[in-house]
Write a protein that binds this ligand. Sequence first.
Ligand code: SF4
Ligand code: MSK
Length: 631
Amino acid sequence: MSTTDKKFEQYTVTRDGQLMLAKAAREGVETVWDRFAAQQPACGFCETGLSCRNCVMGPCRIDPFGEGPQKGVCGADADIIVARNLGRMIAAGAASHSDHGRDLVKVLAQVAQGRAPGYTIKEPEKLRRVAAEYGLETEGKDDLTLAGELAQAMLEDYGSKQERITLLARAPQPRRQLWDRLGISPRGIDRETSEMMHRTHMGVDNDWVSILLHGLRNALSDGWGGSMIATEVSDILFGIPKPVSGSVNLGVLKQDQVNIIVHGHNPVVSETVTAACSLPEMLALAQEKGAKGINLVGVCCTGNELLMRHGIPMAGNHLTTELALVTGAVEMMIVDYQCIMPAISDVAACYHTKLISTSDKAKFPGMQHVEFHPHNAMDQAVELVRQAVENFTARDPDKVSIPVEPQPVLSGLSVEAMLEAMGGSAGPLLEAIKSGKVRGAVGIVGCNNPRIRQDYGHLGLTRRLIANDVLVLDTGCVSVATARGGLKTTQALEQAGPGLKEVCGALGIPPVLHVGSCVDNVRILVLVSALAQALDCDISDLPVAGSAPEWYSEKAVTIACYFVASGVFTHLGPLPPVAGSPNVVKLLTEGLNDVVGAAFAVEPDPEKAAQLLITHIERKRQALGLDARGV
Ligand code: SF4
Ligand code: MSK
């Protein structure tokens, strides 16, 4: 790498990323880091949460130094404005995940009606198990009838017919009782988001504590509602993930094949594209065009869904999405929704890549829009794969550069798969925790953010935790980072502490477990619930924690809030826009401990963050009467 190329080390720790950034610079392609630099310095009012544009008497801002205005035109002060802004972030995150869940329920309903060719019920047993949780009679009913009834029952969870959403029953009893006492048990998935938008309208809820408490309820409606439905229905339709080998980084792209990337979050589109890629007529067409085959790969969470279920290669996480196109080797990128930067159209325009949007609610400038619905998804997928294959001849070989060799990864660690690996119950994990060989577990989740060197936070934190015998479960963009860093192989056990190495080695699993996509954070909730119930305690008593070292999105805020509201101490790398209200900061980082038994900690440095998390885990061990180190 030349000296000029070395400057890209400040943007990303990934070798493939550094090389593609250098190529982008040589070819005059603008990336997210260029645009981030152009935005500096950022607005201090917005960064601290002190600006409000909820109505057109404003926009208003509060002077954090006390010299300018201390109230908006309506009279809202810093606490109210910061709490309202955070509330709206939570609502947006909950809406995104939960709408994703609703789209899956709609597919389930159409499968039941025989109106979704290309989709089937892959897991009838799970269908029956979840239907029973919804109180449905399962005896004597065929799968399709039951699927239709389950879809209807789930749709009712979205509305306001319920006192509380159904899957809340999966939480340990002390936690459910606490939520009831606090008045934050979510009643309907859409209802809590809608109520947050209402409360934060000018002149409604002007008690900042009350707004934030509703924020917890809103987040819970996602974690134990919309996201949980998304994961369960995905499993029913596409299969429960089981341990599977795959590969990651930009080296998964192939010089001699048609490369198709799927990007976004919802497996509804990517599963049909997967099927279309293996049709004999498509493979024959690829050969006719001079390609050796069709290489489907994923990025972001759609990629996680495919890696978890099929071992389909994963090209990268959020900040790699543009760089994947800079390889010049991508014939088509097919997107659904969430985390798709509109700028990829500009990047694709520098190469031969075709960009396709597929969702009626996610259209992008410069993309061809091919709408997928359950009744036509398979036909659309076949047509798109055909177009991608035909685009192979438009590739400019002089512009192609595939930078590195792929890194192997073990994926597919759903809760069901973990239990199976442990012989059918969480007993071995519990025993390992009790004996102290495994000190505890941390769920590391969330995105990349150009404010932070790509993957630096994820890798630094994960390495330090496993070296201290802490099991790591990850999802979303973190899971790509740790896989790319080689931590999702059994060879990585060499980097683990002796206890973790022994336990994971005996089970044949890496020290870092890939649990799935962003909605699959609920698998972590289900696991910690099972552990709490087995230990007859609340989730907040467990030696577990959450972390989002490089988060950027509103969805991540919601995830962090439902972790904390569920009793999981949660670390954040970047500070959310709340610094303008010391009261809000104090409640989030300290006061919530007395409310829900868990709070947030903010620490950008991964080494210091690891220490915070390890100390928390050891304190929880001590409180449970287990051996504790250094407390
Ligand atoms: Fe200003 Fe209040 Fe309107 Fe916000 S709601 S813009 S603080 S007047
Ligand atoms: S894709 S939400 S950047 S994890 Fe789920 Fe990654 Fe964050 Fe999107």
